[in-house]
Write a protein that binds this ligand. Structure first.
Ligand code: SNW
Length: 286
């Protein structure tokens, strides 16, 4: 018996559609497929894999037992739990490989005081901002570098792929930039005298200063690039859930508690505080 033409066409179209769906499910890595038991399209349902760095204390670092902790780590963990994700697994790697690894689906999220910029937004999506502060030049007590003008002709360390690298390329043209994979190797070079200064995030700078007797030579505001959580562009449900959790953590004072714990004495950007605190607390001047 011959199949009526119309029916045959429908069957063909159905098969074609199924093929397209199957293809697109593989396309962005099977990870991005959402389902009832994996509503955020995580690599593994119920677990969020986070790319980070292990040497940016107090933002993200590993403690003596090798566990990840710090402001960004505890804030993200809180936010993930609010989104109903039970397990949060942090992995440390070079800063420059975090965003590519998130974009290609090797990790669900990147969290490491990653400043939100238009350039980075070309590769990944970002949550709303959760931290805004300074970029700091640190040096040894005897280097003679007192401010950014003192960097002329000096060897300045930067972490590859950081905003500090981009800022230095643009604004310190007479400094000799030395690129490092991470802060620890840059600080080792500074202590050994193979670079004259290192350029990193303000709070990490303070930690190294206390540890090694180093000093600040300049603090440069980076409020236009607040830190956010990086998420692959094909995981909008995850991004929305993180933003919802982040807003709740700010509204109920969790953000404030973590900030005071990890950055004691630092001025608090008031936009992240509970509403009642926003008028009462001083913000850093822009
Ligand atoms: O832009 C700042 C932001 O205002 C806040 O102070 C936290 O740090 C920043 O996001 C800059 N952080 C650097 C970056 O995004 C380096 C991050 C790192 O070394 N882990 O490139």
């Amino acid at each position: 018996m011959k199949t009526p033409l119309k029916l045959r066409f429908t069957a063909l179209a159905g098969a074609a559609l199924a093929a397209v769906l199957a293809l697109s499910a593989c396309g962005g890595g099977a990870s991005s497929a959402t389902s009832a038991d994996n509503p955020y399209g995580l690599i593994q349902a119920g677990t969020v894999r986070v790319a980070s760095v292990g040497d940016s204390k107090p933002y993200t670092f590993t403690d003596a037992q090798g566990n990840f902790t710090g402001f960004d780590v505890q804030l993200f963990t809180d936010v993930a739990h609010r989104a109903g994700i039970k397990n949060v697994v942090f992995t440390g790697q070079d800063f420059s490989s975090i965003l590519p690894a998130v974009a290609n689906g090797q990790f669900d999220v990147g969290a490491a005081a990653i400043g939100i910029t238009d350039k980075r937004k070309q590769t990944v999506d970002f949550s709303n901002g959760y931290l805004a502060g300074y970029l700091t030049v640190i040096t040894t007590k005897n280097s003679g570098i007192k401010d950014v003008n003192g960097l002329a002709g000096k060897r300045l360390g930067v972490v590859q792929g950081s905003l500090q690298e981009a800022y230095a390329v643009k604004n310190f043209p007479t400094a000799n930039l030395v690129r490092f994979p991470d802060n620890n190797t840059a600080i080792a070079a500074l202590n050994a005298g193979t670079v004259d200064a290192h350029f990193l995030d303000y709070e990490a700078a303070k930690t190294y200063e206390q540890q090694f007797g180093l000093v600040s030579a300049a603090d440069i505001p980076s409020f236009d690039a607040p830190a956010g959580f990086a998420v692959a562009k094909d995981k909008p449900a995850l991004l929305a859930a993180l933003n919802k959790g982040l807003a709740a953590a700010m509204a109920d004072g969790t953000w404030k508690t973590l900030y005071q714990k990890w950055f004691p004495g630092s001025p608090m950007p008031k936009q992240y505080l509970p509403k009642a605190d926003q008028t009462a607390t001083a913000a850093p001047t822009k």
